[in-house]
Design a protein around this ligand. Structure first.
Ligand code: F6P
Length: 361
């Protein structure tokens, strides 16, 4: 008898169910012995408190196209892993206890950066763990892409497409805030796909003079409207030069005045250009709805690769795509690292050649 556990941790995304289906179908098709499947509810919380359901093939039938996660998810911050829960429960011991009580042979963890760090900690504690790279943010180190990313780009791109017609009718500037606090993969890709005139990313600090110049240039070129795609974590050159503590203070102060960074940028653009400016925020719709075809394929590949590794007796890795090939990378190499947009990458260079401003020059 083989016993496997599944959990989805952190912010949800579109292809979580497709990934679990990939794991389960592959294991059930190829295992040489019966398999018991335990689905933990609401991420690591389910493992901590022993909240799980036993699952069968049928639970994973028809979920390929279903967004969200059939198991539910939650955030269990890695930095608080050694801080007991409000009811005094020691998280790590409780997770180990549940794992051993159920006599699991492997825990499959679908999660982003923080969740992968926790998976690595559980590996260090002696559990058999396999991680799968989930996040719309695409910021997981060690893999070219994460599942959820392409579906999120699609949502953000459609939002930009739809904003354009109203922006054009009114001759307005729209500042569209796209998800990504620390990294700007979605705003970069959606910005290019959606024809933004300015893209502001956390990795490329901007100067408002350059942003204003780009908007005025677009006006001079006869563009009736302008689209500024702003990452949640867009940062100005002055802000980027501040010590981390000072920057955090500034962000807290900004929050007293503006709901988010897009509003501050919009306000500044309005006062410096005299243009009518509006803010648009697709928000959590970027994580919602059905996975696109590319995500379904990659999610399935991740599930198959994870299951293949497990059936071959391997663990302690995260499945990844590197240079177009599915592979496994050691959890200890991945945990705690973020994959940032390279300001010198091809896509940034090409976007600049096309005339898109990143506000840096
Ligand atoms: O990690 C995915 C993500 O959607 C980020 O892009 C975003 O900054 C954050 O989660 C939002 O978090 P929450 O769902 O907790 O509001």
């Amino acid at each position: 008898m083989l016993r496997i556990g599944l959990l989805t941790s952190g912010g949800d995304c579109q292809a979580l169910n497709a990934t679990m289906r990939g794991i389960v179908k592959t294991v059930l098709h190829n295992a040489k012995e019966p398999v018991e499947i335990y689905g933990f509810e609401d991420g690591y919380q389910g493992l901590i408190y022993g909240r799980f359901r036993t699952m069968t093939w049928d639970d994973f039938s028809g979920v390929l196209t279903q967004g969200g996660t059939i198991l539910g998810t939650s955030r269990t911050p890695f930095k608080l892993l050694d801080t007991p829960e409000a009811d005094g429960v020691d998280k790590v011991s409780a997770m180990k206890q549940t794992y051993h009580k159920l006599q699991l042979d492997c825990l499959f963890m679908l999660g982003g950066n923080g969740s992968t760090k926790t998976a690595n900690r559980l590996r260090e504690e002696g559990l058999t763990v396999i991680a799968l790279p989930k996040t719309i943010d695409n910021d997981t180190w060690g893999t070219d892409i994460t599942f959820g990313f392409t579906s999120a780009i699609d949502v953000a791109t459609r939002y930009l497409d739809e904003i354009k017609t109203t922006a054009s009718s009114h001759g307005r500037v729209f500042v569209v805030e796209i998800m990504g606090h620390k990294v700007g993969w979605i705003p970069l890709y959606a910005g290019v796909a959606g024809g933004a005139d300015v893209i502001l990313l956390p990795e490329i600090p901007y100067d408002m003079d350059n942003v204003v110049k780009a908007i005025e240039q677009r006006d001079a070129d006869g563009g009736r409207f302008a689209i500024v795609a702003v990452a949640e974590g867009a940062i100005s050159k002055e802000e980027a030069a501040l010590p981390k503590k000072e920057y955090k203070k500034l962000v807290a102060k900004r929050a007293e005045k503006y709901p988010s960074v897009a509003y501050e940028i919009a306000n500044e653009i309005a006062s410096r250009t005299g243009r009518e400016v509006r803010v648009g925020i697709p928000g959590h719709t970027q994580r919602g709805g059905r996975p696109d075809a590319q995500d379904r394929i990659f999610a399935t590949q991740c599930g198959v690769e994870a299951a293949r590794g497990f059936l071959a007796g391997k663990s302690g890795f995260m499945v990844a795509k590197v240079n177009g090939k599915m592979t496994r990378v050691p959890l200890e190499d991945v945990a705690g690292k973020l994959k940032y947009v390279d300001p010198k990458s091809d896509l940034v260079r090409e976007a600049k050649l096309l005339g898109i401003s990143f506000g840096d020059e």
